[in-house]
Design a protein around this ligand. Structure first.
Ligand SMILES: Cc1ncc(COP(=O)(O)O)c(C=O)c1O
Length: 954
């Protein structure tokens, strides 16, 4: 083995293992397997035109040089991003800790109690700060949260409003420009009319279903919206409020003056700016809207033993059930960042957060006072952290600008020449003196010297928060680093992540997230940069992103890439809007039908509906393939209004359908475009590509194929890659020129979650052209090896023409249910007793398990998984043959907790040993599941979504 080659660290099986695995599969060589798997007509003729793989050390030096091209200035731009201090205990134990960053979305509650508790803390923190009763556990960013709020208010219209066609959403003019940008994007396809104006002059009309305000507003001013809110309510118009969590520790929270929805960014709670992201947005609302809230809610329930246990509540898999009728397409949603923000609140507690806020406020007051003394006018009557300054006649804005840049500071400049300053928890005396130096010198005045920050003034009494917040015990217990680290460790011990065992979730690609790829995230040159700084301070970012765009274009065969969307589903939405805009540009805006196969992921129809499209479902045949004839008929039937076809390739059934090019042709012949969902790109890279199969646009899940970790449900990055004819429609941004001039923004930040792009960049640079292709081949090898070893017991539901699976497979489990009464859920829970996370459950086919091993798993780990699945199969056989009890058996009672196994009383017909140590290696390495099987229905009937004392759940 070449010890310095990254590919040999990224890929699991060793050369000798590969030979053995090929034998089991029944082929002579890896190339023969690939030839049998990937149809010849779509194979690439040339290798990828990418650089050769770097060693980890070479890459480290390269990325360090790139980082040094970013200039970290003190930035007072505000506008939704603020410098913050990530407590080192959180940085080290969460952001840099693979247990937290490699775990999956907590669908399997029993082995996810740690991150579920962390996210419940986040929800509780949001409810407390906003004074709202219900919060979800994070959205993609503030601007998309605003769009979700608008959409939710629209869905909540009364019958009468619907009948009367109430379709106007009022937006106060003083919201962040990027929020307005995304609202414009979202409103139009849904037929929502935005009315932008000043709330003070607004007359709420009958056709207004909602209003969106910002508190403090985009000038930084705190205004009283209570009168407007009452007036809106009296006309049946709901009110959503964008806000700042830190400010709410001092200000009367919107929940106390009548807001229906409160949302915003939790970034300044210890999550770095990262040139725009990733950050977690929050979204809180009234209890009565619980069934309409977008995204996920963590709720409290019980396990089988009556012990409190957490799980995802209500609309967990909302899109899969409601599909195009879903209230949103949110799936991956910044969970890791929400976890960090929640931990920040825990570490500081109410008094710490209030102290930070008071200090920030006092600095803003001090600056206002001193700058006024220099002859400037501070315009905000009441403010928290932001002042807006009008310059005296003799002072030029340009002077302020160059003087501040000279001292390595960035201010906000309004179009009318005024200057904005937003301070934050990192601002200190030295910084204050520098700021004052700029204003003094520009005004030709002596430079004042400040030597202390008075912390004696709070906000005025009429706007001051009187209510207590963060009163739950968790927010007062962990003040010392020792206690905090132990709390994080206690939670972490409850969860299965990639450092425990393989996570074979089909369609999720739980591959290695290499440490070298992750390390630069902690560097200030990447995480300390505000997205609106002048481009010449972010040259490292731009060099990295340009190269990444070029590489992703090469990998997909497309012309250009937008890095803006923050998740796969956000990519779907953006890609569909691009197609929509293309049709519009050709005078064919009536083209609005999206053909979507029945096997599609639920986000596909949900995204199509959000893009204003009508979903027409295309069936699959008995072999799991899209029924080409049905597709042809539907495409022809809709040829006058066909917009697009959304297809996942290889299919969600894990098969490379050889008819894919034919399907794309049919769509093109009927005037439509092809959108390829790139969730399964891990089976394509270097072998084929979306352009080759005939698609026009695709999204990539960088958090699957390209090594960004899942973080318990995000960060995600879903760039869209497009063919030449669609480039002009890629999403632009209202504040920064991001190089594209097409549709309005789909995310807050111009380049989306820029900081984690370094991970994908590292992945591509270290694997290089050969390594990337090798990774794809091994992903296919690993899947076919598992299929070969499990096919006799379980059966593989779908295979390609040569009997091969792609990079994943669907294990048939329905016959086991019929024969022994054991369901796919029982198998999933029993896997936990063996220390494994379940494969994807009942998607895309009910009653089955979808397994995707990825290239990173070694033969040894694959064998351990297969042996486990076969041992479980034997346990099922025991039930079927009557050797084990039909209901009181190891499967139905799984998972078994230590508490259950060590109880004085043991009434089951099988032994404790069989329950705990069914295979020998478990004696060496046992994961102890913290709770027994969780009762989902109980939790939905008794919805608790905050971390109240345990008694409240009784
Ligand atoms: C096939 C497919 N499409 C879309 C998505 C949605 O991607 P994201 O979770 O990044 O929004 C997924 C996620 O699992 C998927 O498997």
């Amino acid at each position: 083995m070449a010890v310095d080659k990254f590919v040999s660290r990224h890929i699991g099986p060793r050369e000798e293992d590969i030979q053995e695995m090929l034998k089991v599969i029944g082929v002579q060589s890896l190339d023969e397997l690939i030839d049998q798997t990937v149809p010849a007509n779509i194979r690439l003729e040339k290798p990828l035109n990418l650089s050769n793989g770097l060693t980890e050390r070479e890459y480290f030096r390269k990325i360090l040089k790139i980082a040094q091209k970013n200039k970290v200035f003190n930035t007072y731009i505000g506008m939704g991003w603020y410098d913050t201090i990530t407590p080192a205990v959180i940085l080290r134990n969460i952001l840099e800790n693979p247990v937290w960053y490699t775990s999956y979305t907590p669908y399997q509650a029993e082995i996810s109690q740690g991150r579920l508790e962390a996210l419940l803390n986040f929800q509780t923190m949001v409810c407390e700060m906003t004074a709202m009763p219900l919060s979800n556990s994070s959205l993609l960013d503030e601007a998309t949260a605003a769009a979700e709020a608008m959409h939710m208010m629209y869905s909540l219209r009364s019958r009468a409003q619907e009948k009367a066609g109430a379709n106007v959403c009022f937006v106060d003019e003083l919201i962040w420009p990027q929020t307005l940008d995304v609202l414009i994007t979202r409103a139009e396809p849904l037929g929502i009319e935005l009315k932008i104006g000043n709330f003070k002059d607004a007359e709420v009309a009958e056709n207004w279903f909602g209003a969106i305000l910002q508190y403090p507003n985009s000038n930084g001013e705190i205004v009283d919206y209570s009168g407007f809110t009452s007036m809106a309510h009296s006309k049946g118009c709901k009110v959503a409020v964008a806000t700042d969590l830190l400010a709410l520790s001092l200000l009367t929270p919107p929940g106390e003056w009548g807001a229906d929805i409160v949302f915003g960014s939790s970034q300044r709670f210890g999550v770095s700016m990262g040139y725009g992201g990733p950050i977690a947005a929050f979204f809180a609302t009234r209890d009565e809207f619980k069934r309409d809230i977008p995204g996920r809610i963590i709720g409290v329930s019980k396990d089988v033993n009556g012990k409190n246990a957490l799980r995802l509540a209500l609309q967990t898999r909302e899109q899969h059930i409601k599909r195009e009728k879903a209230t949103s397409n949110i799936c991956t949603a910044q969970a890791l960042l929400a976890t960090m923000a929640g931990m920040y609140a825990i570490y500081h507690g109410p008094e710490g957060i209030q102290a930070i806020a008071e200090r920030v406020h006092n600095i803003a007051l001090l600056l206002a006072r001193e700058i006024t003394k220099l002859g400037y006018t501070q315009l905000n009557k009441k403010h928290f952290d932001t002042i807006r300054i009008a310059l005296p006649r003799h002072v030029k804005r340009e002077d302020i600008e160059w003087l501040s840049l000279d001292l390595e500071m960035n201010f906000r400049y309004f179009a009318n020449g005024q200057v904005g300053l937003s301070v934050d928890e990192t601002t200190n005396i030295e910084d204050i003196n520098w700021i004052l130096e700029v204003f003094a010198k520009a005004a030709n005045k002596p430079v004042p010297v400040i030597d202390s920050i008075a912390d004696d003034r709070s906000v005025d009494d009429d706007i001051k928060r009187k209510s207590k917040f963060l009163t739950q015990e968790v927010f007062s217990k962990y003040r010392s680093e020792t206690e905090m680290a132990r709390y994080i460790k206690r939670l972490e011990k409850k969860d299965i992540s990639l450092v425990h065992s393989m996570i074979s979730l089909g369609s999720c690609t739980m591959k290695l997230n290499a440490a070298t790829e992750m390390l630069p995230l902690s560097w200030i040159e990447f995480n300390g940069i505000h997205p609106y700084v002048p481009k010449n301070q972010a040259m490292g970012y731009h060099e990295m992103m340009e190269e990444l765009r070029r590489d992703l274009a090469e990998i997909t065969g497309f012309e250009d890439v937008s890095l803006q969307p923050n998740s796969g589903a956000a990519g779907e939405y953006a890609g569909l809007l691009v197609i929509r805009e293309y049709h519009k540009s050709r005078g064919e805006s009536h083209r609005n039908v999206a053909l979507i196969p029945s096997s599609a992921h639920g986000t596909n129809p949900a995204s199509a509906a959000m893009a204003g499209m009508k979903v027409v479902v295309v069936p699959c045949d008995d072999f799991g393939n899209i029924d080409v004839e049905a597709l042809r008929i539907k495409a022809e039937e809709h040829k006058n209004d066909l917009s697009c076809f959304m297809v996942t390739y290889p299919s969600t059934h894990g098969v490379f359908e050889s008819s894919i090019t034919q399907m794309c042709e049919i769509i093109h012949q009927n005037g439509g475009k092809v959108y390829m969902d790139g969730a399964n790109m891990n089976a394509q890279v270097g072998l084929t590509n979306p352009s080759r199969i005939g698609a026009d646009v695709c999204h990539l899940n960088l958090h699957k194929t390209f090594a960004i970790p899942h973080g318990g449900g995000g960060p995600g990055v879903g760039p869209i890659c497009v063919a030449k004819h669609l480039v002009e429609f890629l999403p632009a941004h209202s504040v920064m020129n991001n190089g594209h001039v097409g549709i309005h923004a789909v995310a807050s930040a111009p380049w989306g979650s820029a900081s984690v792009l370094t991970i994908t960049y590292g992945y591509i640079k270290m694997l290089g052209a050969d390594g990337l292709t090798e990774a794809t081949k091994i992903a296919i090898l690993n899947a076919n090896y598992i299929a070969a070893r499990l096919k006799d017991n379980y059966g593989i539901l779908y295979t390609g023409e040569n009997g091969r699976v792609g990079h994943e497979m669907i294990l048939e489990c329905r016959h086991l249910k019929t024969a022994a009464g054991i369901s796919e859920t029982d198998i999933s829970k029993r896997l936990m007793d063996y220390g494994f996370h379940a494969p994807t459950l009942s998607f895309p086919v009910h009653g089955t398990l979808m397994v995707e091993p990825t290239e990173s798993e070694s033969k040894e780990e694959l064998d351990r998984f297969v042996d486990t699945m076969n041992a479980i199969f034997d346990e099922i056989k025991e039930v079927e043959t009557g050797v084990a009890d039909a209901t009181d058996n190891v499967l139905m009672n799984s998972p078994h907790t230590a508490e259950m196994l060590t109880a004085n009383e043991w009434t089951h017909p099988y032994s404790r040993e069989k329950a705990a140590y069914p295979l020998e290696w478990l004696r060496e390495n046992k994961f102890w599941v913290p709770v027994g099987r969780v009762d989902n229905a109980w939790g939905d009937r008794n919805l608790f979504c905050t971390c109240e004392p345990l008694e409240s759940f009784k």
